[in-house]
Unconditional design. Structure first.
Length: 202
């Protein structure tokens, strides 16, 4: 079922390899985080579908408004996703949640579930690189709390990502350290200081 949605999205975005690669990468991160955080299968299913379809409204937004900013995507995407997922015979409950996630994936002030959290973080991870987000912007995200160094849900956007029993880092840090060992060895203050130093030096 997920592969069929994946292929339908690739067909929908034919001729736009940049966007195809974007949702493929977001899906890969979202699936990895969800499965290694031991999210239940039902939520993983929702997360995978939402990750594949979260930007489904981009082309319509560009055609209708000449713009595809996040709020326009949130506005136009849900109906398109419903049409696609209904054709594939996804259940109404799953479609309802996926539509909600698409309608809020650029809204960060009321994250209400693990599926929402992981979708947002996976999208951030990809966007940071694709959009060449400056370290200063990441710094502002840390200051505002939008990007967290530590998290109980899904990990840390862009700076490090805590996955399952391991700590997986996007910046050079200890590799393959067990999560329990990591938190024994490093306090939150020490970790915060480490990344603050990296941000200042780059």
């Amino acid at each position: 079922m997920i592969n069929r949605i994946h292929l339908e999205m690739i067909k929908l975005y034919r001729g736009d390899p940049k966007r195809i690669q974007h949702f493929c990468k977001v899906h890969s991160y979202a699936k990895l985080i969800a499965e290694t955080e031991r999210v239940d299968e039902g939520d993983v299913f929702v997360i995978e579908i939402a990750a594949l379809t979260h930007d489904i409204g981009i082309h319509v937004c560009e055609e209708k408004y000449g713009d595809c900013n996040g709020k326009l995507q949130e506005q136009e995407g849900p109906a398109l996703a419903e049409e696609l997922l209904t054709k594939i015979e996804i259940t109404k409950g799953v479609i309802r949640r996926v539509k909600y996630l698409i309608a809020h994936h650029h809204t960060y002030d009321n994250i209400d579930g693990i599926d929402y959290q992981i979708l947002v973080e996976a999208d951030f991870l990809v966007n940071f690189l694709e959009d060449n987000v400056p370290k200063e912007n990441i710094r502002k995200g840390l200051d505002s709390g939008l990007i967290s160094i530590t998290s109980d849900q899904g990990g840390c956007c862009g700076i490090c990502c805590k996955i399952g029993d391991y700590a997986f880092y996007f910046l050079d840090f200890d590799e393959d350290v067990l999560l329990e060992e990591f938190w024994t060895k490093y306090s939150k203050e020490e970790e915060q200081g480490y990344y603050e130093g990296l941000l200042k030096s780059n």
